[in-house]
Design a protein around this ligand. Structure first.
Ligand SMILES: Cc1ncc(COP(=O)(O)O)c(C=O)c1O
Length: 427
């Protein structure tokens, strides 16, 4: 089904931004040219860069060249000749520029979940007398699963202290809190925590902080060092555009590195991996957090995504992200009662990341009907329609068109077809 052409008949109230307004914003957008750096299927409005970022045009060639000219020509010598072993640090340094991590504090490696395991284990070891980890009940499930599994393995009586609302986090921190483990931008609602304020409150009670930056890195300015954060992880395949299943990243503040004893003692985190020593001795600094051979092809793809972001300025990226989410929010808020949708994201732009979400009992079917119109958002159970706005490749007019189509799909009940209710494996 084609996207509804709604240019003449705006479904929005007269005072709402018009399609012409959105086009005018595109005309003066300092990031307009960034879109050309991505391969995007014709006619698709992609509002799912918070789940899987788009393909940077140069990534395919760079990966192909790494295979052909490096792996193909140099075989095992590639590890030294092409600096493959240094890729986690090299890509990490670049991600560090996006999230305020100084040299030597951030590596691109493993997955977000595995990195969380490493960091949480380290945090508990740093605070041996303390038994609780404060988090949110609505945190991304993997973060909570990891904690639960680690506590069971340790068998020392650790437990999660979960709160229901963001404002309950700080009051929940006490003398028994080993760590506060939060996702900075809520994956469902887009609500944004104040990293510096929560970290300060945690430190005041002697607790450490572990920040999950999955929905922050590449979408908004993050200042890990400035916020005095202790540990952080993040995702490579969302706003960093590293590709499906891209390596994640991990951050450990300098002051916590010397005492960091890895729970996952891998051979490449050893001080001298090629001594093949029978006993483990951690490498210096952040290198000890590395477990295994780095996935070179995936790291090259991730580096392409990060390089694309680094061509632009995070302040401009955030300014555009705010404009995009605000157009969508104003448009849909203006017709929310008519549509029967309820906003799940904060109203104030400063309190949310780069997504806006609405609840509707038929949210899944509505999202599927939009996808058939080539407007790609996603759905998060039980009823959340999630729309992510990646500032590098989305135009303001795309947002307007997406909002108009959302109205059309709901008002014409175009979603009310059995095929839209069939749940796919990935929603
Ligand atoms: C907030 C958050 N944390 C963790 C993850 C899981 O990341 P990974 O698949 O790299 O373990 C996701 C995935 O979407 C996420 O949104």
């Amino acid at each position: 089904m084609p996207q509804a052409s709604l240019d003449r008949h705006s479904p929005f109230p007269a005072e709402a931004p018009t399609r012409a307004d959105a086009k005018a914003m595109d005309a003066r957008d300092p990031l307009a040219k960034a879109r050309d750096l991505f391969q995007l299927p014709h006619g698709v409005i992609y509002l799912d860069g918070n789940s899987l970022g788009a393909l940077p045009r140069h990534a395919a060639n760079r990966v192909f060249e790494t295979m052909r000219a490096q792996w193909g020509e140099d075989l095992i010598a590639g590890w030294t000749k092409h600096g493959w072993m240094d890729l986690p640090a090299r890509v990490g340094r670049k991600i560090g520029e996006l999230v305020g991590a100084p040299e030597g504090t951030l590596l691109a490696c493993d997955t977000t979940t595995i990195n969380l395991y490493k960091l949480l284990a380290a945090a508990l070891a740093e605070r041996p007398g303390r038994r609780t980890v404060v988090s949110e009940r609505g945190n991304f499930p993997t973060d909570l699963y990891v904690a639960d599994g680690l506590f069971r393995t340790l068998g020392k009586g650790h437990r999660l202290k979960l709160v229901d609302r963001a404002e309950d986090v700080v009051p929940a921190i006490d003398a028994d809190t080993a760590a506060v483990m939060l996702t900075q931008v809520d994956y469902r609602t887009g609500a944004l925590h104040d990293m510096a304020a929560v970290t300060k409150a945690a430190h005041a009670k002697g607790a450490l902080t572990i920040w999950d930056l999955a929905h922050s890195a590449g979408a908004l300015p993050v200042d890990l060092a400035g916020a005095d954060a202790d540990y952080a992880v993040g995702c490579g395949y969302k706003y960093l555009n590293g590709g499906p299943g891209a390596p994640a990243f991990l951050y450990v503040a300098h002051r916590l590195q010397a005492s960091f004893m890895p729970a996952l003692q891998g051979w490449l985190g050893h001080a001298k991996p090629f001594d093949f020593d029978g006993s483990y001795r951690p490498a210096d600094g952040i290198q000890r957090t590395i477990v295994s051979s780095p996935p070179i092809l995936s790291l090259v793809a991730l580096e392409s995504g990060v390089d694309t972001l680094l061509r632009w300025n995070m302040a401009d990226i955030r300014a555009k992200s705010e404009a995009l989410t605000e157009i969508f929010r104003i448009l849909i808020d203006g017709v929310a009662d008519r549509l029967g949708v309820v906003r799940a994201s904060p109203r104030e732009v400063a309190r949310r990341g780069s997504q806006v979400c609405y609840r509707h009992p038929d949210g899944y079917a509505i999202v599927q009907a939009l996808i058939e119109r080539r407007i790609v958002g996603d759905f998060r159970a039980p009823d959340i329609m999630r729309f992510g706005f990646a500032p590098l490749y989305l135009r303001h007019v795309d947002v307007w068109d997406a909002a108009a189509n959302l109205v059309d799909v709901i008002e014409t009940r175009a979603y009310d077809e059995p095929r839209y209710r069939v749940r796919a494996k990935v929603t």
